[in-house]
Design a protein around this ligand. Structure first.
Ligand code: HEC
Ligand code: HEC
Length: 282
């Protein structure tokens, strides 16, 4: 495809030889394997194929119906952080999102297009806009002591995950559960964002007993076969060599208190979730 007008003029003006050279020069653009619009949009067979590819490869993070899961956002909300055009989705899916759990998918282009056709076929959820008031939610976030453990835009504690982009990476349902029932679906963080499903680090509570019998409870900021870095409740970091420890126990429970109805009523929760859903790193 000789899209450049100057080149096309040159092609016609100098004829034969130049045309061949120009054709060769233009070849990479002509052979562009990423058409700007989906060639199989609205095609029922493609949508069906996309659905099964999605179920097998994407649903562990994005949920079985793409409505969001423990490790990936809702893809039906009509809100796209990384661009809403077909070509944008194509790039996001083939390249992944660096620094997040979203991996680069290794599929044929034609398969990627079927997944996009499937995603486009999904109806948006009944209410697309968050119901709460995000400004009120922000005040609740401050007032309920969340920043003592969570960083937002460079301010806050380190015991829990940084929430600066939580709205980009998690669904509203997941965020709600994280607050009411922190033990239900423990946060994960990717060690290697290029690997497919892991290894993910789980932010659970760890109890260690030292050689002298001292008990330290905290969150593992880092751990390998030989050592563990434990951050205790006061956010002191303990660098421990495993050979000096009597016991290392992963509790599979959260260090975050469960904010039940008596600590956070339903309206406060809605506002808080609206605030968190709008934290998208911008
Ligand atoms: C290991 C978990 C994981 C897997 C597997 C995964 N994703 Fe994601 N995906 C994520 C996360 C987390 C994000 C949010 C990235 C961010 O913070 O911006 C994301 C973001 C996206 C986005 C961008 C949404 C936006 O707002 O622009 C698309 C599209 C997407 N994923 C599609 C897919 C598809 C299709 C597959 C399967 C081929 C897939 N994902 C597999 C975790 C995953
Ligand atoms: C004592 C420290 C502490 C406090 C206080 C705290 N959290 Fe957490 N939070 C954590 C830890 C640790 C995790 C990771 C384990 C888990 O999934 O529960 C977490 C996880 C989360 C997650 C899930 C993040 C993700 O991406 O998976 C959200 C959302 C969250 N907290 C919101 C809040 C809100 C809102 C408040 C205030 C109402 C709050 N937290 C108060 C420690 C805390």
């Amino acid at each position: 495809m000789c899209v450049d007008r100057a080149v096309r003029n040159a092609c016609t003006r100098w004829g034969g030889v130049v045309l061949v050279i120009a054709a060769l020069w233009c070849a990479p653009a002509g052979a562009q394997k990423n058409p700007v619009t989906n060639p199989v949009a609205d095609n029922p067979a493609a949508i069906k194929e996309g659905l099964s590819l999605f179920r097998a490869n994407c649903s562990p993070c994005h949920g079985i119906n793409a409505r969001g899961g423990g490790r990936g956002p809702d893809l039906t909300s009509g809100r796209w952080n990384h661009g809403s055009a077909d070509a944008d989705l194509f790039l996001t899916i083939t390249q992944g999102v660096t620094g997040t759990e979203m991996p680069a998918a290794n599929f044929e282009d034609s398969e990627i297009w079927t997944i996009i056709a499937y995603l486009r076929s999904l109806a948006p959820p009944k209410s697309t806009a968050p119901v709460g008031d995000r400004a009120v939610g922000e005040a609740i976030f401050q007032g309920k002591g969340c920043p003592s453990c969570h960083m937002v835009k460079g301010r806050g504690g380190l015991l829990g995950p940084d929430l600066s982009r939580v709205g980009a990476g998690r669904s509203a349902a997941y965020i709600t559960d994280s607050i009411r029932f922190p033990d239900k679906d423990l946060s994960t963080g990717m060690i290697d964002p290029n690997s497919h499903f892991g290894p993910a680090r789980v932010w659970d509570t760890v109890t260690v007993i030292t050689a002298t019998g001292e008990k330290i409870v905290g969150v593992a900021r880092n751990e390998d076969t030989f050592s563990i870095q434990l951050m205790d409740r006061r956010q002191n970091l303990h660098l421990l060599s495993k050979k000096d420890l009597q016991k290392v126990n992963h509790e599979r429970k959260s260090m975050m208190p469960a904010y039940a109805e008596d600590m956070l009523n339903a309206t406060d929760l809605e506002n808080l979730v609206a605030y968190l859903q709008n934290l998208r790193g911008d």
